[in-house]
Design a binder for this molecule. Structure first.
Ligand code: VAH
Length: 314
């Protein structure tokens, strides 16, 4: 069976749904902590599980005969800055625990999300490559860089099949994100429908790599389905998606909601955004496992507004 941690999160909710579609609900065990309610997931099994509780995690793995783990539970960049020690513990120790279980042969495959937050100072802003120096300046970025190195260590030393993607900012409508820097690009859609205006905490010309959730989920499934011997990256694959600024996104929304107005008031997350690249070179993922995208900024905008209007009953 497959275990998903963070199964009620922004990625977890949608990944669970797709894994249920592909493998059947019977083969999917969802687990989560806060915001836990059984009816919020499509998996056949639910475990209220704190991923930091090693004994409980090992018990769940044994009870359900789990072979593959999608370990998504984590604190995002904004939240991590506010609780560095807790963020470090939560973002690293459970990953190490799953790598140890794979080394012992208890599980055979792991997916773990990294982020473009691993990039920092001293590299070009545009088209950042797979192997540039990682110089993160945030708690979140430091934890993701360390996590990537642990993935590579367990692959090199013990042949552990742990696979990872450096996600850009992810945009979706099913489940709100929690505490990310790129989440202005999610909030803006809710407010465009509810208020016809949005005050962005990221300034108008700050470009960041972004991706629609449907494309992020398909990329994740493609990486996990790829033959092991085709994979040349054992830290985490660059994934660039599309690049846009708040101003460009607002212009797309205005095509659908002409009276929409955006204003700007930077907060602490502006500095985090400025430390990240504006665009990413993901040619290695395209070569190793045929990464491709479906949604561009205008298709994403239309899909977000269409689905959010239904969800918000507007
Ligand atoms: C965040 N959405 O903002 C996450 C992501 C690249 C950004 O890691 O923290």
């Amino acid at each position: 069976k497959i275990l998903i941690t963070g199964a009620l999160g922004q990625i977890g909710t949608e990944l669970t749904n797709r894994l249920v579609e592909i493998h059947g609900a019977e083969n999917v065990v969802a687990s989560g902590l806060d915001r836990w309610q059984k009816n919020l997931t499509s998996a056949a099994y639910y475990e209220r599980m704190d991923v930091s509780n090693t004994q409980l995690v090992r018990q769940v793995i044994k009870d359900y005969e789990i072979t593959t783990v999608y370990h998504l539970a984590s604190l995002l960049s904004g939240t991590s800055e506010k609780q560095p020690l807790f963020a470090w513990k939560l973002n690293i120790e459970p990953l190490l625990n799953f790598c140890e279980m794979a080394r012992e042969g208890l599980i055979s495959k792991i997916f773990w999300p990294s982020s473009i937050a691993v990039f920092g100072k001293g590299i070009p802003k545009e088209n950042v490559g797979q192997d540039v120096v990682l110089n993160p300046t945030t708690v979140y970025g430091i934890s993701k860089m360390a996590g990537e190195k642990w993935c590579e260590y367990y692959f090199d030393k013990h042949g552990v099949d742990v696979r990872s993607i450096r996600y850009p900012g992810l945009i979706s409508w099913k489940t709100p994100a929690g505490g990310g820097t790129t989440d202005y690009a999610v909030e803006i859609f809710y407010e465009a429908i509810e208020e016809k205006k949005y005050k962005s905490y990221i300034t108008e010309n700050t470009a960041m790599p972004m991706l629609y959730m449907d494309d992020a989920i398909e990329a994740t499934l493609q990486l996990m389905a790829a033959p092991k011997e085709k994979l040349t990256v054992h830290t985490s694959y660059n994934l660039g998606g599309m690049t846009f600024t708040p101003k460009e996104l607002a212009a797309e929304i205005k095509k659908e909601i002409p009276e929409f107005e955006i204003s700007y008031e930077a907060d602490f997350r502006q500095k985090i955004a400025e430390s990240w690249p504006a665009s990413i070179d993901d040619s290695i993922a395209k070569k190793d496992w045929d990464l491709n995208y479906t949604f561009d900024i205008s298709e994403m905008t239309k899909d977000m507004l269409k689905n959010l209007r239904i969800k918000l009953k507007k």
